[in-house]
Every structure is written in structure tokens, then in C-alpha cells.
Write a protein that binds this ligand. Structure first.
Ligand SMILES: C[S@@+](CC[C@H](N)C(=O)[O-])C[C@H]1O[C@@H](n2cnc3c(N)ncnc32)[C@H](O)[C@@H]1O
Length: 230
């Protein structure tokens, strides 16, 4: 039985890594664990480095920051998605693939699949390489382009969504995927408390105003709005 100590909010980054690692050792196969270890070392380096915008800014094609959800949220979305039956999982904001490993493992365990969307091809390519390394690539469809447009082209039947791209896109993405949700679908939106801000508040209000949605804000990781559609 895994320990749920990842729910302890707002500990230091190192504490969260240690807690999540203790849990993961019991639950992940060694190829996945090796890949997560690589990401956790990168996350630690990122947390300990000064934040500098790359030439051209965050969208200039040279951004190397993972901006990963972190192990507490990774473990949490893995447990939630894994509890569904053959889910179609949608990830908005692949980045370099950290959260996607957790979701792809859940897809494999539950007979589902992951569709992950990222605007930058170099980030998506790295994420794919890591999924291959973890033995999970066959459960993942990597899509490159603008998520709002690509959601429009998806078929209905989405069971789980992780919303973790630029914050001004949370509401446009919600409006795009909401009509395509299956009954009992779960939506998890990251960064609701850190960094928070007006875009995130607008998302919280928008998701709670949608018919059939129940929603709660949880202090896991950077703050998660967890919503269920009935
Ligand atoms: C916070 S990061 C995602 C981190 C990732 N979920 C993880 O935990 O490893 C947000 C990502 O969203 C991507 N993004 C921003 N706007 C986008 C858009 N319109 N369509 C697709 N991806 C977008 C950015 O390039 C960035 O890589």
C-alpha cells in the first residue's frame, strides 16, 4: 500500500523529492524509476539555479526549463488517472516530458492512452526520447502545435486532463475540451496557488461555472484545482 505522504504541502523541494522517491520505489518498474531519477536531478538543478530568460524569451526556441509539476503532483495524477478504466488522457503542456511519464505509466496500467500537446518540437522530441527510455512510448501520442487548436481537432471521449501550459490559455483550453469530456472525467489544473494570479483565478471560476462540474482546490505541489464532470 503506498504511503500518501506526498500530500504534505509546501515542504522544501528536497523533502518532496525524498518522500515521493520512497513511495515510487514500491510502485514503478526500474526503467521508469531510472528516467524519473534523471528528471529529479534536473528539477533539483533547476530549483537551485537563478531564473534567467533565454534569448528570445520563453517562446524563442531556446527555453530549456522543465517547469515540471514535481513529484507530489506527478504521484497524485498517476494515482487519479490509474483509477480510471482505459482512460483517454489529455496533457496540455508536454514540456520535456516529466508529467507525461507519470501519465503514461497510468495509461499503461489502466489500459488507456495519453495524448500530450506541446507547441515546441524540440521539447516534444525530448519527451518522446524519455518515454522510449522508460518503455512507455507506445502508450503516448505526441502532438506538436497550439493546444487550443489541436483540442478542436480531437474526437470526444476524454477521461482525464492535465492543464499545465501558459496560464492565459487555461480558460480557452477548458472551453475547447469541456464539450469533449466523458461522464466522470477528471480535470487537474496545476499552479493554482504558485504562481497563482488572475489567469488562474479566472480558470477556477470558469471551471466551477461549467454545468456538471464539482471542483476542489488542493494544496498539493503548486496547488491543484481538481474537477470532476458528471
Ligand atoms: C509548465 S510547462 C509543462 C510542464 C510539464 N507538464 C511537466 O510537468 O513536465 C508548460 C509548457 O506548455 C507549453 N505551451 C505553452 N503554450 C502552449 C500552447 N499554446 N500549445 C501547446 N503547448 C504550449 C510550453 O512550451 C511549455 O513547455
Amino acid at each position: 500500500m503506498p504511503k500518501f505522504n506526498f500530500l504534505v504541502p509546501f515542504r522544501s523541494g528536497n523533502d518532496r523529492l525524498i518522500n515521493a522517491q520512497a513511495v515510487m520505489e514500491k510502485t514503478m518498474d526500474s526503467r521508469i524509476q531510472d528516467v524519473l531519477d534523471i528528471y529529479h536531478a534536473m528539477i533539483e538543478t533547476e530549483h537551485n539555479s537563478p531564473r534567467k530568460l533565454p534569448p528570445g524569451g520563453r517562446d524563442g526556441g531556446q527555453d530549456q526549463r522543465l517547469r515540471a509539476v514535481g513529484p507530489a503532483t506527478g504521484q497524485f495524477i498517476n494515482i487519479l488517472a490509474k483509477s480510471l478504466k482505459s482512460p483517454t488522457i489529455l496533457e496540455l503542456g508536454t514540456s520535456f516530458g516529466y508529467s507525461g511519464i507519470w501519465l503514461a505509466e497510468a495509461a499503461r496500467a489502466s489500459g488507456g492512452r495519453l495524448i500530450t500537446m506541446e507547441m515546441h518540437d524540440y521539447k516534444s522530441a525530448h519527451a518522446r526520447d524519455m518515454a522510449v527510455k522508460a518503455g512507455l512510448a507506445e502508450y503516448v501520442e505526441f502532438k506538436v502545435g497550439d493546444a487550443v487548436q489541436m483540442i478542436g481537432a480531437l474526437c470526444s471521449g476524454i477521461d482525464f486532463v492535465l492543464v499545465d501550459l501558459w496560464k492565459d490559455l487555461y480558460v480557452p483550453c477548458l472551453d475547447a475540451f469541456y464539450p469533449k469530456l466523458n461522464p466522470s472525467a477528471i480535470i487537474v489544473a496545476d499552479n493554482m496557488l504558485r504562481p497563482g494570479g488572475d489567469d488562474l483565478k479566472r480558470y477556477g471560476q470558469a471551471v466551477r461555472a461549467k454545468p456538471g462540474i464539482s471542483s476542489v482546490l488542493l494544496p498539493v505541489g503548486s496547488g491543484l484545482e481538481v474537477s470532476r464532470f458528471d
